[in-house]
Ligand binder design. Structure first.
Ligand code: PMP
Length: 395
């Protein structure tokens, strides 16, 4: 069979190949990117499901508007206001996870050969999705404070990209958070260079002690003209449940209209039933309570993971302590003859009964083979101590 040429730009994820090895009994996995299902607010979701199927089931079981279920658009608008960002219900569309928002951005913005700047490293599915549309990806370096803005500005001036894709808050895989000062500069650069910035923000609510700086979207009011160059992707996946597949896209009107048109041909609309469940859930005033538990649990797990890593691996690795999200991003230092090749380390770790993801696939080009990602979201504290102990033995 002759498949479309665009498939030549992508390959199945190296991470999926690794996941095949995870079936081994007794393995402790830090490899996944899933939230902990034990933290889903099942009672609240059940209450909302019952309510929407009892009160007026017809419309939620019927076809609906591509833009989204209106009560949910209103609910998301209020939720964003609570996070400091002003957006009318008409200024957003509901998407089938934020993954679809990214796909719609790719579909509406990227022609084959277009240049797109992403962080190095960045979310693997975005790399694959934008490549499918023929993007030529350019990686911008990051540090503990997020993307290096001087370098980003230089890259924008040099390459004149179609768009810049950033995960400014608790990045996947980097765990890094862009500083307030850098956020403002990025908005200024967007206006000066007339470059679309895509802010992907699925993790911003998962902070430990202190809320992160406001999103680029929230800050856009302070930088005149920046809203015209900003798209923002949000999601209920990490704050409520990923199985609901409900996310959203906020974008300037012309981009939003084109994305809506493309969504019509793609899935017509996101499930009305799960949209209605989310909309009802937001009226229950349970989200803050549920998030408080998630924040505390992930904060404890991240603290224990950091302590265990320092104790068990010492100078063999370097990492920045994340302040939220779900990930540690680390690199093998190679100090004093210690290992420096994460894919080999991952194989030895599996033999010792612990799994993580080597960092190379998260780079659009020039992968750093010393890097790797550990998720602290799904293993409890005892498993984390045990798993990092095994990791120490795999060195
Ligand atoms: N963006 C980032 C950075 C992610 O890590 C994820 C999920 N792991 C997504 C988008 C997609 O999430 P969803 O489609 O479930 O909203």
């Amino acid at each position: 069979m002759q498949f479309a040429d665009r498939l030549k730009n992508v390959e199945t994820s190296a991470i999926r190949e690794l996941f095949k090895l995870l079936g081994k009994p007794g393995i402790i996995s830090f490899a996944g990117g899933f939230p902990d299902p034990a933290l889903f607010d099942v009672d609240g979701i059940r209450e909302s499901s019952n309510a929407v199927l009892t009160n007026n089931p017809g419309p939620v079981l019927q076809y609906g508007a591509t833009e989204g279920f209106q009560p949910l658009r209103e609910g998301i608008s209020a939720f964003m206001a609570h996070k400091g960002a002003t957006v009318s219900p008409e200024g957003l569309i509901v998407t089938t996870g934020s993954q679809q928002a990214l796909d719609l951005i790719g579909k509406t913005m990227i022609s084959p050969g277009d240049k797109v700047i992403v962080e190095a490293p960045t979310f693997l599915a975005t790399i694959q999705c934008f490549r499918l549309y023929g993007a030529q990806l350019i990686g911008a370096p990051i540090d503990a404070d997020g993307v290096d803005v001087d370098k980003l500005e230089q890259l924008i001036d040099e390459h004149k990209p179609k768009l810049v894709y950033l995960i400014p808050t608790f990045g996947n895989p980097s765990g890094a958070t862009l500083s307030l000062e850098r956020r403002k500069r990025i908005l200024e650069i967007a206006v000066r260079t007339q470059t679309l910035i895509v802010e992907d923000d699925p993790y911003g609510e998962l902070y430990f002690d202190q809320a992160p700086p406001p999103s680029l979207l929230a800050l856009s009011d302070e930088v005149p003209g920046s809203r015209d160059w900003l798209a923002h992707c949000g999601s209920f996946s990490k704050i409520l449940s990923p199985g609901l597949r409900v996310g959203w896209l906020i974008a300037p009107p012309a981009l939003l209209a084109n994305a809506t048109m493309c969504k019509q041909f793609s899935d017509a609309h996101t499930s009305n039933l799960t949209q209605a469940i989310c909309a009802h859930y937001l009226t229950l005033n349970r989200l803050e309570g549920a998030l408080a538990v998630v924040r505390k649990t992930y904060a404890d797990r991240a603290r224990v993971m950091a302590e265990s890593l320092r104790r068990e691996l010492g100078s063999a690795i370097a990492f920045t302590q994340p302040q939220g999200g779900m990930f540690f991003w680390a690199n093998l230092t190679g100090a004093e003859g210690q290992p420096c090749h994460a894919p080999e380390f991952a194989k030895r770790a599996i033999d010792k009964g612990v799994a993580f993801v080597p960092g190379a696939p998260f780079f659009a080009h020039d992968p750093d083979l010393s890097t790797f990602r550990l998720s602290f979201a799904t293993a409890d504290v005892a498993k984390i101590e045990e798993g990092i102990g095994r990791l120490g033995q795999a060195l």
